[in-house]
Structures are given as C-alpha cells and as structure tokens.
Ligand binder design. Structure first.
Ligand code: PGA
Length: 264
C-alpha cells in the first residue's frame, strides 16, 4: 500500500509497562539491570521508556545513569497537593525524573476511571509539561463496527479542551482490551485502520499537519515475533508493552526491531 503523509515515520516510542511487577525492589533492580544489558549501549533509534511501580522509580533511576532510558509512571493524580491519601502527584513524579505518564489504561478504567477523569488527568499531565500516553480501545470487536464509535467517543472526550501546541506531548496508545495479556493481538490491518480512524477523529479538532505529529502506538500482546509486522504493516509509531517487558531479552528484541524499522 502506498503510504500517505499521515504515515510519515516518527521516532518510535517503546514503553515497558511493568504493571504491579516484580514483587520486590531487589527483583525490579535485577530486571532493570537485565534490560539495560540486553539493550546494550548501542545508539538507539527508539525512545525507550520503562514504567515500573511508583515506588521503584527512584531507585531504578539511580541504575539508569549513562543510559538513554526514560521513566514513565503508570498513573498519577491530577490534584496538585493536599489531602489525597494514597495519591501521587505529577510534580512529585516529575521531581524524581519521570517524563511520561500513562493515563486511562484499561486496568484503571476498569476500576472506575471515566472518560472525563482521563481527560482531566491528561490535561494535568500536559500542563506539567510531561508526555501523556493515553490509552483507548474497545472491549470487543463486533461485526457492525461499533468499536469505532466507542474509540471515537474516547478520543473526542479527551481532546476537547486541548490546544494544538499541546499535541506534541500527547501519545495515543491504541490498546484493544481483548488483546491485553491474552496473546491475541490486533492484525497489522486492524492497527493501520484504527490509526487512520483516530487521526480522522482528531482532525475534527485540529489541522491535519498537527494531527500527523501525534504518535499513535499499539499495545496488546506485543512480542518480538509480531513487532515487525505491526510496525511495517500497521504503521504503529511504537508500542506499549506489558507481559513482554518483564522479559529482558524479549523487550530488547522488540526495541531492536523498532530500531531497524526506524533506520529503514
Ligand atoms: P500486554 O499488556 O502486552 O501484556 O498485552 C499491554 C498493556 O496492558 O499495556
């Protein structure tokens, strides 16, 4: 298929979402060191972000010196300070070196995060000049294509108040829920189609040239075996990786494929 300007390659972004793993700090340090070793110190064409548990971010930061790895948080409060027991603010995360924040992961939405809260959190992340990685995606794929209108409403609700200059800090992660942790993944055709659909939904609010700069990454059972086709055929701008990010060689394999794709 002929690629259009909306498919122009951007620096790929690969994020390891460690979720609530591993069980101890010691194990997190071991995994981090293994990832570092597996990635090597080759010049990477991919922006690589590790999103561990909040409590592991600062100690792992100390192990990340002399690497180009960045850190992400899996969630954050939109509140600035104050009486919010158990919450973690964006300025607290920023002050320990976090650059990316995942917002509206389906596992958080399942706990009650609404589109409105996702919008409020995203606006707060962008206001703090951090990159917001906002997850959207349907629970199931029906034959009538209702999943398109589901994703469209998530996107519309998300961007309604955003200014065009904030879009440079926005990443959309298309994560169909049926593909998360299931070893089922969307096909490259599914990913390409949804990427175009998301871009079209964004053009209701912004110019095409601004929209074309928004990275749209894919998540849901990404492995080193399917990464190449999802990049080449799906035109994903990178990946949000769950299970495979907990295996150093698998994660490094995905990054290596992404590096090769970026160089093509
Ligand atoms: P998975 O998770 O790679 O294990 O499917 C992806 C995610 O939840 O972000």
């Amino acid at each position: 298929m002929k690629t259009t300007s909306t498919h122009k390659k951007k620096t790929p972004l690969v994020i390891g979402n460690w979720k609530m793993n591993p069980a101890t700090l010691e194990k997190a340090e071991t995994l981090f060191n293994d990832v570092k070793k597996a990635l090597g110190n080759k010049n990477t064409q991919t922006e690589v972000v590790i999103a561990p548990s909040h409590v592991h971010i600062a100690p792992l930061q100390r192990l990340a010196k002399k690497t180009s790895l960045s850190f992400g948080a899996q969630n954050a409060s939109h509140e600035e300070v104050g009486a919010h027991t158990g919450d973690i603010s964006l300025s607290q995360l920023k002050s320990i070196g976090v650059t990316h924040v995942i917002v509206g992961h389906s596992e958080r939405r399942a706990l009650g995060e609404t589109d409105e809260l996702v919008r409020i959190k995203t606006e707060a992340v962008l206001k703090n000049r951090l990159t917001a990685v906002v997850c959207v995606g349907e629970k199931v794929r029906d034959t009538q294509g209702d999943y398109f209108s589901f994703v469209e409403s998530q996107i519309k609700s998300l961007v309604v108040n955003l200014k065009k200059n904030q879009l440079a800090q926005l990443v959309i992660a298309y994560e169909p829920i049926w593909a998360i942790g299931t070893s089922l993944h969307a096909t490259p055709e599914d990913v390409q189609e949804m990427k175009l659909f998301i871009q079209k939904a964004l053009t209701h609010f912004f110019d095409r040239n601004v929209v074309s700069k928004v990275r749209i990454i894919y998540g849901g059972s990404v492995t080193k075996d399917n990464a190449k086709e999802l990049l080449e055929g799906g035109h994903a701008d990178g990946f949000l990786v769950g299970g495979s990010s907990l295996k150093a060689s698998e994660f490094a394999g995905i990054v290596e494929i992404s590096n090769a794709y970026a160089k093509e």
